[in-house]
Design a protein around this ligand. Structure first.
Ligand SMILES: [Zn+2]
Length: 105
């Protein structure tokens, strides 16, 4: 079983990765604004894909932050709905999840 400290390290590493990705998305979007208008249509499509990536990274970060708060308050690893212990295998797969398997769907 992993300790809270190990989970925190895991979550923070993932958070850093997402921050990095969001910065890359942002600078890519900015570079599009400065290029020739001829590529406009293609770039707009790419922009939508990039924005989607940025949004999903952002959504995951919100969940990671919430998980880090639960570590601080000692609630991490318990389901926020029914209070059951979330299994280690599930936390390995989804370290930011606030739900046990039964409450997740
Ligand atoms: Zn539950």
């Amino acid at each position: 079983m992993k300790t809270d400290a190990e989970r925190r390290t895991q979550l923070e590493a993932r958070r850093a990765e997402l921050t990095h990705r969001m910065q890359a998305v942002e600078s890519e979007l900015e570079s599009h604004n400065t290029r020739d208008w001829e590529d406009g249509a293609i770039e707009r499509e790419q922009d939508e894909v990039l924005e989607g990536m940025g949004l999903s990274a952002q959504a995951e970060m919100v969940r990671i932050d919430a998980a880090l708060e639960r570590i601080e308050s000692g609630e991490y690893g318990s389901c926020t709905v029914c209070g059951a212990r979330i299994s280690e295998e599930r936390l390995d797969l989804l370290p930011f999840t606030p739900f046990c398997r039964n409450c997740a769907h």
